[in-house]
Design a protein around this ligand. Structure first.
Ligand code: AMP
Length: 217
């Protein structure tokens, strides 16, 4: 199965599309955001420091996230990975190439989900997530069928993220443009980049993502 990176600013729809690829193709979502949110509840000193950085909307250090991804990759067999929110810096991108190389795997595609900044505030501030399976919902555009109950797994543990505020979003966008957007040029130069319209409705974006994977996978 192909290995793919979903690239785009917060609110672009990376998590939603990653979940869809898991359901439809049996691929494996590797979200460093989810891994870090798990680490912050661990009660360790590292978890506490990570929580502060995340809530400010800044990036966690490369060494921490590269370590997390390295652990996950070395514990898994085969491929079919969807990298969601990783890499976010050029250093992380180089580290990923080395990790995949060591496993005899390669990157097949990088999909940039392009969106207009103007829609991100509305998307992010209305967002809520299932704490159990990670399904992503939105107050107006994608509410659960039954209020308070996850459509996908039936859990009632629906949460809002501490960094899904207008203020933290400003910082997260700044980090994206400063540190992550250079990856667009980096992967373009490697012949791996495809851009899809992240403003289209969820099914249309899903179809565009699927088309890229069928072509490149
Ligand atoms: P996400 O769930 O992908 O939006 O990530 C939430 C937050 O976790 C980010 O704003 C960062 O603070 C941190 N984070 C997630 N992935 C990374 C990464 N690859 N590098 C650095 N920080 C990350």
């Amino acid at each position: 199965m192909p290995n793919v990176i979903l690239l785009g600013p917060p609110g672009a729809g990376k998590g939603t599309q990653a979940k869809r690829l898991e359901d439809e193709r049996g691929m494996v979502q590797l979200s460093t955001g989810d891994m870090l949110r798990a680490a912050r509840t661990s009660g360790t000193e590292m978890g506490r420091r990570v929580a502060e950085v995340m809530d400010r909307g800044e990036l966690v250090t490369d060494d921490i996230v590269i370590g997390l991804i390295g652990e996950r990759l070395s514990a898994s067999q085969g491929g079919g990975f969807i990298f969601d929110g990783f890499p976010r810096t050029l250093k992380q991108a180089d580290a990923l190439a080395a990790l995949l190389d060591r496993m005899g795997q390669r990157l097949d595609a990088v999909i940039e989900m392009q969106v207009d900044d103007a829609v991100l505030v509305a998307r992010i501030t209305g967002r809520y997530i299932c704490g159990s399976c990670g399904a992503v919902y939105h107050d107006t555009t994608r509410p659960t069928r039954v209020a308070g109950v996850c459509d996908a797994c039936g859990s009632t543990d629906l949460r809002r993220r501490a960094d899904d505020t207008e203020e933290a979003l400003k910082q997260r966008l700044l980090e994206y443009y400063k540190k992550t957007s250079p990856l667009i040029g980096y992967y373009y130069a490697k012949g791996l980049l495809t851009t899809v319209d992240g403003l289209a409705d969820m099914d249309a974006v899903g179809a565009a993502v699927a088309a890229v994977l069928d072509r490149r996978g």
